[in-house]
Design a protein around this ligand. Structure first.
Ligand code: PMP
Length: 389
């Protein structure tokens, strides 16, 4: 018998069809396709045209510490942080990277290149599942993944990664190791007003951001670091020079354009308009979290974290965090939540990848509307481990 053809159009990458014709909902990756709808509505306002003769050089701004950073992008990054109020930029060096994933590696290199023994790298569980894999993939002699920061008690220098709001569980975090000899790296991929109340501008020594989760343009592969220390910033630039000799100019110019459209449209007069980027995204996140909590209540065998509402300086009101991932727990002694959901053709990522129990799973909240709607419908109908699947 010929195998059944699976038709995946570019717009349907998060949904394949199983043999019985039921859609397989892939919510494992945090692919931010939810945002396509907004950018589609913006039409040509974000179009960038680059001719064959333009931007051919390796160099963007030779006098700048980060010589491959396009000045236009730097300008728009500073403007957006000022408008949102989520980070201080004065007194910081901006280092652009091929996604914040490359910047993370540049940070590891920059913070460990002078030490004689491998620097321990830790993060409080549940931690972002890529940290251990990226840290150890080259078996570097410079740094080593040492796991959960809560139980870290080794002597010597260490790097603590603080993801806030946290991937996977959405909570705001602070450092947990609290001893001397440590360097803190703040991953602020989700510190944006569609996901969490902006309570103060962040001003830590080393902060990472990514366009992937800010605007939904994961495919551009653009991230930026705000770095206080000039020597650290120079070493990060050196790493990116050795790794990829800079960062795609085409992507940087596209990113600059997208950020400009967001800032132009989000001045005080328009901030609360559903047509602004953050207005649109925040409303969708509120709606999705309401639908998800309703489905979880109906199903009775799952639970979700409860968050404390906080005042958001950007929106001028109190709201509860609306994380980019749902951190779902199976109740009633169900040990393996990923397998349970897989049986219902919902693909998620098990808690064990985040350093905790497999009774948890991480589920992307940033998928396309149709996939999300199918997901909540399906979830609300799961009442026990044993029911027919
Ligand atoms: N940090 C965190 C906490 C993330 O969730 C992600 C994306 N999943 C990244 C970094 C990597 O982002 P990028 O696409 O910019 O490499």
């Amino acid at each position: 018998m010929k195998p059944k053809q699976i038709n995946i159009s570019p717009l349907n990458g998060d949904r394949e069809v199983a043999d019985n014709g039921e859609a397989i909902l892939n919510l494992d990756h945090g692919d931010p396709t939810m945002y396509e709808k907004y950018w589609h509505r913006m039409g040509d306002r974000t179009t960038v045209v680059i001719s064959g003769w333009q931007f051919t050089s390796y160099f963007s701004d030779p006098k700048n510490l980060c010589w491959f950073l396009e000045p236009e992008l730097a300008e728009e990054i500073i403007r957006l942080h000022k408008m949102v109020g989520n980070a201080i930029t004065n007194g910081y060096h901006i280092v652009v990277g091929t996604g914040s994933s490359q910047l993370f590696q540049a940070v590891l290199y920059a913070l460990s290149s002078d030490t004689t023994e491998p620097v321990s790298v830790v993060s409080a569980a549940p931690y972002y599942s890529s940290y251990p894999m990226i840290t150890d993939c080259l078996k570097s002699g410079l740094y080593k993944w040492e796991g959960d920061a809560w139980s870290f008690d080794k002597d010597g220098p260490y790097i603590e990664l603080i993801t806030s709001p946290n991937n996977p569980d959405g909570f705001i975090r602070q450092s947990v190791v609290n001893r001397s000899g440590g360097i803190l790296v703040h991953d602020f991929a989700y510190y944006w007003p569609q996901y969490t109340p902006i309570t103060a501008p962040a001003d830590h020594n080393l902060m990472l951001f990514t366009i992937s989760k800010t605007t939904g343009h994961a495919g551009m592969r653009i991230g930026w670091a705000l770095v206080k220390d000039e020597i650290v910033a120079k070493k990060m630039v050196k790493y990116i020079e050795l790794n990829t000799i800079g960062v795609s100019k085409d992507s940087q110019l596209r990113a600059a354009k997208i950020l400009r459209v967001i800032s132009d449209g989000s001045g005080l007069a328009h901030r609360f308009d559903g047509e602004t980027f953050f207005g649109f995204s925040h409303r969708i996140m509120e709606l999705r979290w309401d639908l998800l909590r309703e489905a979880v209540n109906k199903s009775r065998i799952f639970s979700l974290p409860n968050f404390t509402p906080e005042f958001c300086n950007y929106w001028g009101r109190v709201f509860q965090p609306l994380p980019a991932f749902a951190w779902l727990k199976c109740k009633d002694g169900i040990e393996d939540c990923e397998t349970l959901l897989r049986g219902h053709k919902i693909l998620t990522r098990s808690g064990r990848y985040f350093g905790v129990s497999p009774s948890f799973v991480r589920i992307s909240m940033l998928t396309r509307d149709q996939t999300f709607n199918l997901f909540v419908q399906r979830l609300s109908r799961i009442h026990s481990w044993n029911e027919e699947r």
